[in-house]
Design a protein around this ligand. Structure first.
Ligand SMILES: [Zn+2]
Ligand SMILES: [Zn+2]
Length: 416
């Protein structure tokens, strides 16, 4: 085998001597097809080697904790790729010989081979080897035309073609199995913060996912005409707003006797002069800008420290727009007061026109209702908000948007 592989390597060397730019169109296409087929076939050989190695327990015998860990070091793969390689090798190995044959002669790509092997493994026991064989052949024939995703979807109904009497029952059983798998695999993980980012990963069952969608989708529409956030950014913001809303309700279970509340620890200097970072109770660090914005938020408890690390009581009570004041604010603004924004009031925080840390009063005349997105925009400082002489909030756009900086108002929440 080593000699044959060396020969294949020589073939690759020869290919490398020809620059693709020199190829006419038809040869370019044919070369693409041929190189792809070869890569797939070679990958199949590698999978067989990995499987044999794994079966012999060579990696463990050499002191590694698993074949995947060993492969990661030996082949300099990521942990994820190494695990996938071992898993795929086992899946292909357990599949009918026709699958391996089709992989080796290039009728299946590796991704398609995985789909076929998994589909066959998922067939009900009652189907028996004869039906499995027919299904395999049909799937391999389909692989000529369909990509792995489509092939997988077609595979769910393969029994309807080769064993119609079994199909309905099998489909139900497959649904049950899928639901069980989804339940067992459900999880959500938040990584440690790195570069100011936390990675959110996980799997949800379809029911929880649809709840999440129901809750997130209405908040994902652009907030007015100047909303240049990507759909992904809007979804991320929406998730934050849902959590804020939940915290605000006070219905969440107590956390060791305290109402659940995010605590931001900051120095008075950070708050007033926007110097230095703040800290969340999770240990995550925040920019001074974020500190000031969060200090507006009813779902957040700011712990302001003086130079001696003593907690000052600044703004604890007087900073929040609650009770009658909140109701008056909701009545006046009707929702996010930013021009063009349609977010209703329940998604909004009361923002101090002059920050409470700078001595701004918690009064209607110093308040404006803002959704999470526009709250962030305002704290960035390009836009300026003020309460006009008629008592209504108005916003001065940044000069790059409007050199005259003419005040704008929200016309969406119409007042009668
Ligand atoms: Zn604010
Ligand atoms: Zn808004």
């Amino acid at each position: 085998m080593l000699g044959a592989l060396a020969q294949a390597g020589g073939g690759v060397d020869a290919c490398a001597d020809t620059a693709p730019v020199a190829l006419p169109d038809d040869e370019l296409l044919a070369a693409l097809d041929a190189s792809h087929a070869l890569a797939q076939r070679l990958a199949t050989i590698q999978l067989a080697l990995v499987r044999e190695l794994d079966g012999r327990g060579l990696a463990v015998a050499q002191g590694a904790s698993s074949t995947a860990v060993w492969l990661r070091e030996r082949l300099r793969l990521s942990g994820r790729s190494a695990r996938q390689l071992v898993q795929l090798a086992a899946t292909i190995d357990a599949s009918p010989p026709t699958v391996r044959a089709a992989l080796l002669d290039g009728r299946l790509t590796v991704e398609q081979g995985k789909v076929v092997a998994e589909t066959i493994a998922d067939l009900p026991v009652e189907a028996g080897p004869e039906v499995a064989e027919k299904a395999t052949e049909l799937l391999i024939a389909w692989a000529d035309r369909f990509d792995p995703t489509t092939l997988s979807r077609l595979g769910e109904r393969v029994l309807a073609h080769v064993a119609p009497d079994l199909a309905d029952e099998a489909e139900l059983a497959a649904l049950e199995r899928a639901a069980e798998r989804a339940e067992a695999r459900r999880h959500v993980t938040l990584s440690e913060p790195k570069d100011g980012q936390v990675r959110l990963t996980g799997n949800l069952d379809t029911e929880t996912a649809s709840l999440l969608r129901e809750a997130v989708d209405p908040l994902c529409t652009p907030a007015g005409e100047h909303d240049d956030r990507s759909p992904g950014q809007r979804r991320a913001d929406a998730l934050g707003e849902i959590c804020r809303l939940a915290l605000r309700t006070g219905h969440l279970p107590d956390n060791g006797g305290d109402r659940p509340q995010l605590v931001v620890t900051m120095s008075l200097d950070a708050l007033v002069n926007e110097l230095g970072a703040g800290t969340l109770d999770t240990g995550a660090r925040l920019t001074p800008g974020a500190v000031r914005r969060l200090a507006c938020d009813a779902a957040v408890l700011p712990a302001v420290m003086n130079g001696n690390s003593q907690i000052l009581d600044v703004g604890r009570q007087r900073r929040l727009f609650t009770g009658p004041l909140r109701r008056a604010l909701v009545l006046r603004d009707g929702g996010c007061a930013f021009p063009g924004c349609d977010r209703p009031s329940r998604w909004c925080d009361g923002h101090h026109v002059r920050h409470w840390a700078d001595g701004g009063a918690t009064t209607l005349g110093n308040a404006v209702l803002l959704c999470g997105h526009h709250h962030r925009i305002l704290h960035r400082g390009d836009w300026v908000v003020r309460v006009a002489s008629d008592g209504q909030p108005e916003f001065l756009p940044p000069a790059w948007l409007d050199p005259l900086r003419s005040p704008r108002r929200n016309l969406y929440h119409r007042r009668c």
